[in-house]
Design a protein around this ligand. Structure first.
Ligand SMILES: Nc1ncnc2c1ncn2[C@@H]1O[C@H](COP(=O)(O)OP(=O)(O)OP(=O)(O)O)[C@@H](O)[C@H]1O
Ligand SMILES: [Mg+2]
Length: 253
């Protein structure tokens, strides 16, 4: 079966410093995978490359078998890659519903715009997305007034509006309280299951990683040192040394 995401021999250096070295892995359709690693391991750099925002020095990236490395962020998004960012910045000047309507209006195909007046379609699409992330009650609120967790939900709704086949989330729950983290990730899992969406996320909170990922990839200074089932990765001696601390494998993570 063709993987939803297939990364091969991906390389990126800043000057003499290799930030990503021969990184290769697959993510299957519908899978929820976590990419973990210490600060500076290269996680965000990898996501920026996958999303088309940063050029790689070499390698290949296939989305459902189609080469996407080197395409613009807009093109990559249109082919089905959605993103949420480590530092989220929804359109703070707009209302919650308005910021989603902007995406719906921009994505309206020109032929439909010509045949059918715009009417309520963007508002309906926006409300459906807000309902899916539990934010419908705040549709009229200014985006700037949202709590941190609700802003993350809005960012997720903005990504879901485009019905991505692959969603890349860079530290989606950073800064959230533990209960909120689990609720947010439950929501992601539910949306992924409902739409067969594939998810790759980075995360420093190990309870979230091992509570939600079906697969865990570990990056250590730009190299992938482990890739497998959560339990196998948790017990992997090299991973424990490099990232999880070198206590006994039974240590609560
Ligand atoms: N524009 C740049 N120029 C030079 N070095 C950079 C640049 N961007 C990132 N780096 C370096 O690349 C390395 C990887 O950074 P990256 O942001 O990908 O790490 P990360 O795994 O996302 O870390 P964190 O967990 O802190 O978010 C870091 O050492 C960083 O300093
Ligand atoms: Mg990062």
């Amino acid at each position: 079966m063709t993987a939803m995401l297939s990364v091969r021999d991906l390389r990126k250096s800043y000057g003499a410093r290799a930030v990503l070295a021969e990184v290769g892995f697959d993510v299957a359709e519908g899978e929820i995978a976590a990419l973990i690693g210490a600060n500076g391991a290269g996680k965000s750099t990898l996501f920026q490359i996958l999303g088309g925002a940063l050029a790689a020095d070499g390698g290949s990236v296939l989305l459902a078998g189609r080469a996407i490395l080197g395409l613009s962020p807009e093109r990559v998004a249109r082919l089905g890659v959605g993103r949420t960012f480590q530092t989220s910045a929804p359109y703070r000047a707009l209302g919650v519903r308005e910021s989603l309507m902007l995406i719906a209006a921009a994505d309206e195909p020109a032929w439909r715009r010509m045949l059918v007046p715009l009417g309520r379609r963007p508002a309906d699409a926006a409300d459906a997305a807000l309902d899916a992330v539990g934010l419908l009650a705040l549709a009229e609120a200014p985006a700037a007034a949202l709590s941190y967790g609700d802003a993350k939900r809005l960012e997720l709704a903005m990504a879901l509006m485009r019905a991505p086949r692959l969603l890349l989330m860079d530290e989606p729950t950073a800064g959230m309280a533990p209960g909120e983290r689990a609720r947010f990730m439950d929501l992601v899992r539910e949306r992924a299951a409902a739409t067969r969406m594939t998810v790759l996320f980075t995360e420093h909170d190990m309870a979230t990683v091992f509570g939600f990922a079906e697969r865990v990839l570990v990056l250590d200074r730009g190299r992938l040192i482990a890739d497998g089932a959560p339990d196998a990765v948790r017990e992997n001696p090299e991973v424990r040394r490099a990232y999880l601390g070198d206590g006994p494998p039974t240590k609560a993570l």
